[in-house]
Design a protein. Structure first.
Length: 139
């Protein structure tokens, strides 16, 4: 009975002010850029560092070079050293590839990170040996 009485009571606010929240249209002035002295155009276009994408690209190039050294060691019949380098390259290419995908998703050097993902796939020893087997003639 008390609930019915409280809902029947008139709203003390004037008609025009009922829909407006105290902090703006949504009442969340904490999230509004203008409330904190930030220009809304600058808040949306914050500069992003390309460093993550460039670093992953450099690491992918290094991994590709290390994989080339492993193939060279395999040609010189140093199988243990070649296998060790190939294992390190395989694990590192997975890690660098995942970090490069994160850089693509976060738009932190997107195009260098895309190139890093492709190079990490190529730096995987299984992919590289398969590609070399397809391209080079066998005797």
């Amino acid at each position: 009975m008390t609930m019915a009485a409280s809902s029947d009571a008139p709203d003390p606010r004037p008609e025009a002010g009922r829909d407006e929240a105290p902090g703006g249209a949504d009442g969340l002035d904490v999230l509004d850029a203008e409330a904190h002295g930030v220009d809304p155009a600058e808040a949306d276009a914050a500069p992003r560092s390309r460093r993550l994408g460039v670093v992953t690209l450099v690491l992918a190039l290094v991994l590709l070079a290390v994989d080339g050294v492993a193939v060279g060691l395999l040609q010189a019949e140093l199988v243990t050293a070649a296998a060790s380098l190939a294992l390190v390259t395989m694990l590192a290419s997975i890690v660098v590839g995942v970090v490069a995908l994160v850089a693509v998703a976060l738009r932190r050097g997107r195009w260098p990170a895309v190139a890093a993902v492709l190079l990490c796939v190529l730096a995987n020893p299984f992919v590289l040996v398969w590609l070399l087997g397809q391209v080079l003639p066998t005797s």
